[in-house]
Design a protein around this ligand. Structure first.
Ligand code: NAD
Ligand code: LMR
Length: 339
C-alpha cells in the first residue's frame, strides 16, 4: 500500500490507519534542550506522532513556553514544559521511554564540530548522569555535537551511575542519511523519497562515509567526488548560509523525529525497522574503535542487529580508512573526558 512520508514516520495524516490491537499508543518522550533551534521543531513533529502520549520538554530556558505553544496542536498527547526549578529535569525524565538530547551550543562559521567539545561535553555528561539516575531503562538519542565524542561521554556517564546498557544508546546520524538521499537524488534526477544510501562511520567531515555503491548510485570521477564531499560537508553548507545564526535545525528536527519514530516503532513490536546510527559496535573493535555508525535493525530492546559494512568498492575502502583514523581520536577524547 502506498504510504506518505509522514505515515512512514508514524505521523498523523488524513489517511485512515489500520487498527492494531497489539500497538501501544502511550510512549513518553523527553526532549532535553527543547527550547532550542532543533528542540522546538523536533518537539512539534513529535507532537504529531500517534504513538506518543506524553511529551516532556526540558530546557534551561523556555521549556514551559514551548510546551504551552505545542500543546495546542490537536493531537491526543499531553505536553509538559520543565525548567531547572523544582527538580524539572527529574520530572521530565521520570518514566520516559525515549530521551532525545539536542541540548548544547551549535557551530558558527569557521568552527569544527570538535570546537564545541569544551562547552557541550559537560552539558551532555551532566544530562547523562541525570538520565541514568531517573530513567535508567530509556532509549537515549544523542544529537548534541560532536556526536563522535558525546556518545562515548554519555556511555561513560551512564556506566558511572551503574546503568549503562549498550543497546539503549544511539548517536543520531540520521541527518547524514537524509542528506545522502536528497543530494544523490539531485545529482542523478532520482527520487529522494526512495533513494536509500547507507552512511557509515561517524558524524563529522571525513568520518561520514556514504556508500553510494550500495544505494546503486553509480557516479564516477568528479561527479562522485563532489556528491560525496557534499554529503560529508553538508553541515558546513547550512552553517555558512546561516552566517553566525547557528547550524542545521529544521532538517535536523525532521531527521531526529524520524529516528525517534523508528526507535518507538521498533519498541512497539514492528519488525524490520532499520536506521544507520552511531552505536557501541563490534565491527572495528579489533582496531580499537568501540563505536561506529552502520545499518542497525531496531527492536523491542533498542539495538537488535548491527549490520556489517557489507560489500564496498576500492574508493569507499579509502574513505573508510580515513574515517576510522579520525573516529578513534574523537572517541578516545570523549571517553577520557569522563574517565
Ligand atoms: P540551540 O542553541 O538553538 O539550542 C540548544 C538548546 O540547548 C538551547 O535552548 C539551550 O538553552 C539548551 N541547553 C543548553 N544547555 C542545556 C542543559 N544543560 N540542559 C538543557 N538544555 C540546555 O542549538 P541547536 O541548533 O538546537 O543545536 C543543538 C546541538 O545539536 C548542537 O550541539 C548542534 O551542533 C547539534 N546538531 C547535531 C546534529 C546531528 O546531526 N547530530 C545536527 C544539527 C545540530
Ligand atoms: C550538521 O551536520 O548539520 C550538524 O552536525 C550541525 C553542524 O555543526 O554542521
Amino acid at each position: 500500500m502506498y504510504k506518505t512520508v509522514l505515515q512512514r514516520m508514524g505521523m498523523k495524516t488524513c489517511m485512515p490507519r489500520p487498527f492494531s490491537t497489539s500497538s501501544r499508543l502511550n510512549y513518553k518522550v523527553a526532549v532535553l534542550g527543547a527550547g532550542g533551534g532543533i528542540g522546538q521543531p523536533l518537539s512539534m513533529l513529535l507532537k504529531t506522532n500517534t504513538k506518543v502520549s506524553e511529551l516532556a520538554l526540558f530546557d534551561i530556558k523556555g521549556g514551559p513556553g514551548v510546551a504551552a505553544d505545542i500543546g495546542h496542536i490537536n493531537t491526543s498527547s499531553n505536553v509538559n514544559g520543565y525548567s531547572p526549578d523544582d527538580k524539572g529535569l527529574e520530572r521530565a525524565l521520570k518514566g520516559a521511554d525515549v530521551v532525545v538530547i539536542p541540548a548544547g551550543v551549535p557551530r558558527k562559521p569557521g568552527m569544527t564540530r570538535d570546537d564545541l567539545f569544551k562547552t557541550n561535553a559537560s552539558i551532555v555528561r551532566d544530562l547523562a548522569f541525570a538520565a541514568g539516575e531517573t530513567a535508567p531503562n530509556a532509549k537515549y538519542l544523542v544529537v548534541t555535537n560532536p556526536v563522535n565524542s558525546t556518545v562515548p561521554i554519555f556511555k561513560k556517564a551512564l556506566a558511572r551511575v551503574g546503568v549503562h546498557q549498550p543497546k539503549h544508546l544511539f548517536g543520531v546520524t540520521t541527518l547524514d542519511s537524509v542528506r545522502a538521499s536528497r543530494f544523490a537524488s539531485q545529482a542523478t534526477n532520482g527520487l529522494a523519497e526512495i533513494l536509500r544510501i547507507p552512511v557509515v562511520g561517524g558524524h563529522s567531515g571525513a568520518t561520514i562515509v556514504p556508500l553510494l555503491s550500495q544505494g546503486r548510485v553509480d557516479l564516477t570521477g568528479a561527479d562522485r567526488d563532489s556528491l560525496v564531499h557534499r554529503i560529508q560537508f553538508g553541515g558546513d553548507e547550512v552553517v555558512k548560509a546561516k552566517a553566525g545564526a547557528g547550524s542545521a535545525t529544521l532538517s535536523m528536527a525532521y531527521a531526529g523525529a524520524r529516528m525517534a519514530s523508528s526507535v518507538i516503532r521498533a519498541l512497539d513490536g514492528e519488525s524490520g525497522v532499520e536506521e544507520c546510527t552511531f552505536v557501541e559496535s563490534p565491527l572495528f573493535k579489533d582496531q580499537g574503535i568501540d563505536y561506529f555508525s552502520s545499518r542497525v535493525t531496531l527492536g523491542k530492546d533498542g539495538v537488535e542487529t548491527i549490520h556489517p559494512v557489507g560489500p564496498i568498492n576500492e574508493y569507499e575502502e579509502g574513505l573508510l580508512k580515513v574515517a576510522l583514523g579520525d573516529l578513534k581520536k574523537s572517541i578516545e577524547k570523549g571517553e577520557h573526558f569522563v574517565a
